[in-house]
Design a binder for this molecule. Structure first.
Ligand code: IMP
Length: 193
């Protein structure tokens, strides 16, 4: 089976590629000659994931899935959430987002946070969603050089290191994205059998 992963985020692609079994052929947007940004302006993580998958399906009429992820910080009432990519403004990057996050959490004791990934799938014209959540906490400062986005300030529960200090293999065993992708794989396995 061939499935397009509708993401231009190389880091996400590398993570997902390592989890997807060989019997699912993973395609990308480049092979579709699609180089644009897919709009991400829905109000929810579910909405964005769904929009991205349906957008590519409507353009190319193929089986496709998309990932949308947000970091939800308890003391910030779930922020940045669906706005995680543009937390520090439209023209921002991960560095600026992290700086803003650490500033907003300055002197705040409750550092509890979670990553939530929604995978939206369009398979044979039908639509499905899979959720992955990992709980953890926001560190006082950045740690580690692996990963991307907020990885250097997120420490998953049960670990002493940030996602950016852990190897991709360990992140891929426990992460929000891995949990959602594994649900997708399990679903496909059932559909095919
Ligand atoms: P999106 O899903 O690409 O919209 O990502 C939203 C924001 O969360 C971006 O700033 C990403 O860099 C960040 N992000 C997405 N996935 C991860 C992750 O696995 N670790 C850390 N940050 C992430």
């Amino acid at each position: 089976m061939k499935l397009i992963f509708a993401s231009s985020n190389k880091n996400k692609f590398i993570e997902v590629e390592k989890i997807i079994p060989k019997n699912i052929k993973l395609g990308n947007l480049i092979e579709l000659n699609f180089f644009d940004e897919i709009p991400e302006d829905q109000d929810t993580i579910e909405g964005n994931a769904s929009f991205k998958a349906k957008f590519i399906h409507s353009k190319f009429n193929i089986n496709v899935f998309a990932d949308d992820t947000g970091l939800e910080v308890q003391a910030l009432k779930g922020k940045p959430g669906v706005h995680s990519a543009r937390f520090a403004g439209r023209e921002c990057d991960s560095e600026k987002n992290i700086t803003k996050l650490l500033k907003e959490l300055k002197n705040i004791k409750n550092r509890k946070a979670r990553f939530k990934t929604i995978i939206a799938l369009v398979l044979n014209e039908k639509f499905y969603q899979f959720e992955g959540i990992i709980n953890g906490e926001i560190l006082l400062c950045k740690k580690g050089n692996n990963g991307f986005g907020y990885d250097s300030v997120f420490k998953p529960d049960g670990y002493k290191k940030s996602f950016a200090e852990l190897s991709i293999d360990i992140k891929n065993k426990i992460s929000h994205r891995a949990l959602a992708v594994n649900k997708l794989i399990e679903f496909i396995r059932k559909v095919k059998s």
